[in-house]
Design a binder for this molecule. Sequence first.
Ligand code: SF4
Ligand code: SF4
Length: 167
Amino acid sequence: MSDLAVWEQALSSAGNWYRALPPAIRAELDGLLEEIMQLKRTLVELVTSSGSSAICRSCGGECCLLGRYHVSVLDILAYLKTGVDPVVPNFFASPACPYADFSGCTMPPGYRPVTCVIFNCQLIEDRLTAIERHTLYAHESRLRTTVARAGRMHDIRIDRPLLLSCS
Ligand code: SF4
Ligand code: SF4
């Protein structure tokens, strides 16, 4: 099966699973998804306000070359919850990330995979003050905890990669 066919099957399964959730569980999950999206936005804002964009542009997105499996079921549920069309991958872009185009990541900060919003290379870390680093780590820890909670709250692991979720 092609990557795109696997993606579409996994997308459909995630949607069916989400829509069939008992109302109380779905409401709890929606609350966690909201919190996760806000934490992701905050983490991205923290590093971009330190001037990371210019550095990442000149680097060319070195750390985005392994993004294929970064999108999780949970990340896709954020699109479903907000009624936004999910990211459209380009699996022919290899070795570039399937979720990027010539101008960078096509996923808005609140929808980006956890791995992507948590990782900062040394160049970026070096731009942060001690206070900024402390704030970043505190938010990262909250994000990990919230994702772990959401990932295990019902009958399947939804914090696993979307492309591996049907295998
Ligand atoms: S975080 Fe570092 S490795 Fe990744 S794109 Fe930015 S500068 Fe490059
Ligand atoms: S999803 Fe976006 S941030 Fe993550 S590796 Fe791909 S292009 Fe980079």
